[in-house]
Design a protein around this ligand. Sequence first.
Ligand code: GBH
Length: 539
Amino acid sequence: MDTTKKLPADFMWGFATASFQIEGSTDADGRGPSIWDDFSRTPGKTADGRNGDVATDSYNRYKEDIALLVKYGVKSYRFSISWSRIIPLGGRDDPVNAAGVKWYSDLIDELLKNGITPFVTLYHWDLPQGLHDRYLGWLNKDEIVKDYVRYARVCFAAWGDRVKHWLTMNEPWCISILGYSRGVFAPGRCSDRERSALGDSSTEPYIAGHSVILASASAVQAYRTEFKPTQGGQIGITLNGDWAMPYDDAPENVAAAQHALDFAIGWFADPIYLGYYPPYMREVLGDRLPDFTAEEWAVVKGSSDFYGMNTYTTNLCKAGGRDEVQGNVEYTFTRPDGTELGTQAQCAWLQDYPDGFRALLKYLYGRYKLPIYCTENGFAVKDESAIAAANVEDALADGDRVHYYQGTTRALVQSVHEDGVDIRAYFPWSLLDNFEWADGYVTRFGVTYVDYETQERRPKESGKFLAKWFAENLESGEKPAPKPPRPTAAQPVKPVSAAKVNGSAKHGSATKPARPVSLKARMASWIRSSKLFVGDGKA
Ligand code: GBH
């Protein structure tokens, strides 16, 4: 690879966090309870039995966190709003909590004062408990859509003068599957009666996901009509999704990889960007997958200004799996020759595989044709908490995480310069070690080590690596000569006026590839021809 190639001067980078994972202070200044408060306090729900009451104490330490961001030299910071700090009971007729609004306002001002662009997620899983108690939250589409849109409006009105980058939802797949099918995340519903007295894993996740899509789209519609004309920001959703590679080139395994992508990504991305649910999901789920009315589809289709991408790993896919949630595809990290895809993380689901990150970018840009913001990407070093307990210096030397980010930053450059992908932002997860949901605090994703006894923060090698890499690998601010449109690898491009690209007039190079003849045929031929897909050897 050409090591002189850099990322565009206006490329955004920074770190990501989420309210419940860092703030603590769950009773402060009139905050109402969220579904994660009691869930995380319930014995057996988190691996170490610890909860989110203190977390990294960022509610009290936000200035210290921002000083750290300044040290890393970030341009942007992605954080989320706790809905129940803003509307303690959650509903559209419930009172707004001025103290909660002020806390985020102060945070935003402190960021701007330090030259850091706020990138705000409205919902990162901490639903007001009141809405779950009243009508089961995401399971009641009509109620939750109205309550969510009112909440979003309060946020746009409060901070939209200063916030120009909005994410409606973080990872609808996790909200739906982990909360209503596997029951491992709040509200913890599922069919397994040993785990939960209530729930139906065969229907509820698809109902919840359906509500999330419409709520997001309805908030986007409100923003575009009522706020964007004066505030001028961008709004979209962010989806989790990992690259899927056929286990080998057997046709059924090639098909399995696409089926995995349909269930993990297409479930949300196809409705939002293309205007329909993946046919394969309909085939597998039948009537258990709800449908929208024509009026609802009109709101849903096109309801994101960009593609928000959270990605961590790659799975090898085999046909014939029995996990419906994975599209009846079996996942493995072990290649046919017995080697592993990459370095194993603390989490069973995560190995380091940067070529998969690059391949996913290419797939998403080819299929959805919008600028991509990578809003999460990261790695949890195996046994990091145990290593730190023996000698914290050894945990700060987080070589596996450094290696992971060496891979993904290299992939970013290749993606821009060799694959022609329009990627505009990169937010490693996470600024700090923090409350890792059902894993408690044992699993650490931070580029900064947190000592939970003292709340001392210490940069790890990975944080220093990223700070240095981005200091050296963005083009200088001088205006470059107008560039020819960047083609996608999969398709020849036809330039269109920037205005047509969903309000993304900022990048001169934004282009929209020509409409595919047949998406299915193109995908099939691309899967066959892609060197990154099969038999690519070690990373
Ligand atoms: C992100 O989700 C979250 O946005 C963030 O809050 C979290 O801290 C971070 O990841 C690190 O985990 O083995 O079947 O349970 C990442 C997306 C999707 C990755 C679900 C793990 C588990 C699949 N996650 N996946 S399973």
